[in-house]
Design a protein around this ligand. Structure first.
Ligand SMILES: [Zn+2]
Length: 343
């Protein structure tokens, strides 16, 4: 398990760094933690296992309102502030993910949220041990942000759920492109609503794209459901096409695979060659047979005969169709060409 986990549900709406103070309006005030918005589930859990080192159940004594500090086994501490209620006792040992309280808006706060701080070593109010908790946390909301921004070309980093510098810059680019008034790199409620819309649009487009590929695979002879969901059957069919046509076998239907599929479908729609297997030349034919044989021979394309001789000699094809979408003659040509025969 991760060293630290996200302590609650909700979106990030403030990072560690200088910001305009939401309460006083001062332009440049250092914010020492991450803030998470309220959510339908406002429970707060311990980010890692540890011991409750301090708690203050008085909502008005400090700007933190009701808050508590947990000392973790690796020496780090986490602080949870503005709680509506605290569900643990002083010195209680807590497990990672155990409920420790409920989000609130006690102390210096403008609305229900969690203010979450981390310190490397003992927390102190001079902030000499303060670190950025976000760099420790794999946040599913941030994964969504990163996935969408990769698709939209704003982000090229890892989809790891950690809102580090690269991720912040990508969100800033996205906010700028979308004309947001606040370009702050924070995927808060407003940014997330647009991110989720983009995600829905991307998913819909992907379903339509997969449906088109599935329809083509069906035309090429594969038995598939055209449902837009890229399951095992679809992936395997794509891989078979890629393998048979000499493409990189990755199961991803890109432009090259699509072109091959189109070619296969076009080929299938052509009439089959009248004679698939050339008749071997007869050494000493009778007069009548010779005529018949010559007529037959005229109907066999030269390339097919050459390919067949090669393929038969090498015993590359036995009985039966090689697969669902290619004729024996076509495969013979592929195999003969593979062996360097000019057909
Ligand atoms: Zn805060």
């Amino acid at each position: 398990m991760a060293t630290f986990i996200k302590p609650c549900e909700g979106y990030l709406n403030s990072l560690v760094g200088y910001r305009v103070d939401p309460k006083t309006g001062k332009p440049r005030v250092m914010h020492r933690g991450a803030d998470y918005t309220s959510h339908t589930n406002n429970n707060i859990v311990a980010s890692a296992a540890g011991k409750v080192r301090f708690l203050d159940n008085n909502p008005n004594r400090t700007g933190f309102g009701r808050y508590l500090i947990i000392t973790h086994d690796n020496g780090y501490e986490t602080l949870y502030a503005h709680l509506a209620s605290i569900n643990v006792r002083l010195n209680q040992r807590v497990k990672q993910g155990q409920k420790i309280g409920v989000k609130g808006t006690t102390g210096k706060s403008t609305g229900v949220h969690l203010h979450f701080e981390m310190s490397k070593g003992r927390w102190n109010n001079r902030y000499t041990t303060n670190v950025n908790p976000i760099l420790w946390i794999d946040d599913p909301e941030i994964r969504t942000v990163q996935e969408v921004l990769v698709q939209l070309g704003f982000y090229t980093g890892d989809v790891d759920g950690i809102h580090g510098d690269g991720s912040i810059t990508a969100v800033e680019k996205f906010q700028k492109a979308k004309g947001f008034s606040a370009v702050d790199g924070i995927p808060g409620r407003g940014t997330m609503s647009v991110i989720h819309k983009e995600k829905d649009r991307i998913i819909k487009e992907e379903i339509e794209r997969v449906k088109v590929i599935q329809s083509k695979l069906v035309k090429a002879g594969y038995k598939l459901k055209v449902d837009g969901l890229k399951g095992k059957a679809t992936t395997n069919a794509i891989k078979t096409v890629q393998r048979a046509t000499g493409l990189k076998v990755d199961g991803i239907a890109g432009k090259a695979t699509d072109a091959k599929l189109n070619a296969i479908i076009a080929n299938l729609n052509k009439p089959e060659p009248p004679i698939v297997k050339p008749v071997p030349p007869v050494q000493k034919p009778k007069e009548e047979e010779k005529v018949e044989s010559a007529e037959n021979k005229n109907e066999i394309p030269e390339w097919a005969e050459k390919a067949w001789e090669h393929v038969e000699e090498k015993r590359l094809i036995r009985d039966g169709r090689p697969n669902d979408y290619i004729t024996r003659a076509e495969l013979a040509v592929i195999l003969a060409r593979r062996d360097g025969l000019n057909v």
